[in-house]
Write a protein that binds this ligand. Structure first.
Ligand code: ISL
Ligand code: CA
Length: 540
């Protein structure tokens, strides 16, 4: 199997990982410093959230120069050194590729503001209609997707913030630029890309959309044939010529669409991040939280496990609240539920992605005041709801449970000031629970969540059934989720308990690993327990 199926991946959000120069912002030397810990964890792939030059309207997802490193993070020399060091530890680096949009401060957009510039058609410009925007589309961060530029009095399209204008993929020059950027980084020694919102690149039309609570107009740009064509060109002209892989972040896709996007015979992506399982505790949109229901979660996971030959698995990233707070119990069963989520993630079929801090069970910080919040999405939603008269108490509650800063608080390394993240003032506050949840304490404790991640990763790397076995759903219940992984004559039954109750779940087999460290299973799962049972079966 190719290395990108055989490895465990780790996502770093560089701003919040490790600061080395006291400016309160994580940096590339900080990542280098911590590489040995990632090697010891068993990581083979490192995904870096954007480290390119950017005015940071959306923390680097608004790029102003694709070929340079943001000075906050270091220099190109630091980047080369990181790639080299990682390589020497058997770790390959993939970069975040944000190509649906650039920053409005990118020289292309600056030039594009002039209607006579050869760069005009790099972006999507349209005159207004009836004194308003050209159509009724609404964007990912609330409000219209159009803003008028004073320079020409014309509107430009932005699906995200107004500082993130969308590129125009009807212009062949845009694709040519993007292919060049990809070659630049692959030639430097990186091993692939995490492709940001990759299924929205091509806009089939700019007509009004059907009115919807969110993303009015999205039927004109979600997973269009034009996007599939672009992906095929990227693969045939660039990706297929390097030893690399791609994982696409794809919004609002069904398993069927997901299958098309990473079907090897079509030659597009290698795997995708889908969202269905992450939306099971939401009512329609993430800002309307509802209770976490393990049965819905399990059913969504199973649908994607069986729907695709191979996929990327994750429970956390820089856009999502912490999984232990969402799907586990971050207080009374912190250790138990943290380990259970580790066991589940690492026994699914597909490439597992761990987000920084997940391996020590970092929790959501309960933001108290809007001044503590930095994320553009939360700030825009807050302003939008305030204008509609929604009271502060409710707005803060939404941000606390669904906001993206919940998982962006700095990495908790030790019990020292600022959790060892920085000697200066951290750009985003450190979760005060760092005296309870931190890396150094867990390194000293063989019973810790961190040690359990190490064992689970080692087990997965040494067991072909966990890596390559087929997936068969057993039960997606209100408390218990269970499935089999089968290869040749080995059958592994994975059982996880999403509750604080002891739950009967009759299964036999020898215990391969349990989050409680026991070696006999008596048919009862302990609170938040995860366990894998092994059986020999007649070979098919
Ligand atoms: O995070 C979300 C909702 O809270 C998603 O809708 C998110 O905006 C979407 O998944 C796209 O995310 C990616 O592109 C964005 C960037 O802000 C995110 O950080 C990135 O992961 C725009 O580049
Ligand atoms: Ca720094």
């Amino acid at each position: 199997m190719p290395w990108w199926k055989d490895s465990v991946a780790y996502q770093i959000y560089p701003r919040s990982f490790q600061d080395t120069n006291g400016d309160g912002i994580g940096d590339l030397p900080g990542i280098r410093l911590r590489l040995p810990l990632l090697r010891d964890l068993g990581i083979g792939i490192l995904w870096l959230s954007p480290v390119y030059a950017s005015p940071n309207d959306d923390n680097g997802y608004d790029i102003s120069d694709y070929r340079s490193i943001h000075p906050d993070f270091g220099t190109m020399e630091d980047m080369r050194a990181l790639i080299r060091d990682a390589q020497s530890m058997g770790i390959r680096i993939i970069m975040d590729l944000v190509i649906n949009h650039t920053s409005d401060e990118h020289p292309w957009f600056q030039a594009s503001r002039d209607p006579d510039s050869p760069y005009r058609d790099y972006y999507i410009w349209k005159p207004g209609k009836n004194g308003g925007p050209p159509n009724n589309w609404t964007g990912f961060f609330a409000g219209s997707t159009w803003d008028k530029d004073d320079r020409s009095g014309t509107y430009y399209l932005h699906l995200f913030s107004r500082k993130q204008p969308d590129l125009n993929y009807r212009n062949p020059k845009v694709l040519a630029e993007v292919l060049d950027i990809m070659r630049f980084w692959l030639d430097m020694g990186i091993s692939g890309f995490r492709c940001d919102v990759i299924n929205v690149l091509f806009k089939s039309s700019l007509e009004d959309g059907r009115k919807k609570l969110i993303l009015t107009g999205s039927e004109h740009y979600l997973s269009q044939e034009g996007t599939h064509e672009l992906l095929r060109r990227m693969r045939s002209e660039v990706w297929s010529r390097y030893d690399c892989f791609t994982v696409g972040e794809t919004v609002f896709v069904s398993p069927k669409q997901g299958r098309d996007l990473c079907d090897p015979s079509r030659g597009e992506l290698d795997m995708i991040f889908s969202f269905e399982h992450m939306e099971t505790d939401q009512f329609f949109v993430k800002w309307f939280k509802r209770r976490f229901r393990p049965a819905n979660f399990g059913r969504a996971l199973a649908a994607w496990q069986t729907g695709l030959a191979w996929n990327a698995n994750y429970f956390e990233n820089h856009d999502q609240p912490r999984s232990i707070t969402r799907f586990g119990n971050d207080q009374a069963y912190h250790k138990e539920s943290g380990k259970m989520l580790a066991l589940l993630l690492l026994s699914l079929r597909g490439t597992p992605f761990i987000y920084q801090g997940q391996e020590i069970g970092m929790t959501n910080y309960a933001f108290r005041d809007i001044r503590e919040v930095k994320d553009v999405e939360s700030l825009r939603i807050n302003a939008f709801l305030r204008a509609k008269g929604v009271p502060t108490r409710i707005r803060m509650r939404l941000i606390r449970t669904a906001g993206r800063d919940t998982a962006r608080t700095p990495m908790q390394w030790n019990r020292e000031k600022n959790a060892g993240f920085t000697t200066g003032n951290p750009w985003l506050l450190v979760n005060p629970d760092y005296t309870r949840v931190n890396y150094e304490d867990q390194l000293k404790d063989p019973e810790s969540i961190l040690f359990f991640y190490r064992s689970m990763i080692a087990l997965r790397r040494s067991n072909t059934t966990l890596k390559d076995g087929s997936f068969l759903l057993r039960q997606a219940g209100h408390r218990v989720f269970s499935f089999d992984r089968v290869k040749d004559s080995e059958k592994l039954t994975v059982l996880v308990n999403f509750s604080a109750a002891r739950v009967k779940a009759m299964h036999s087999g020898s215990v391969m690993i349990s989050t409680y460290g026991r070696d006999i299973y008596d048919g009862v799962l302990l609170p938040y327990e995860g366990i894998i049972l092994r059986n020999e079966v007649a070979s098919l």
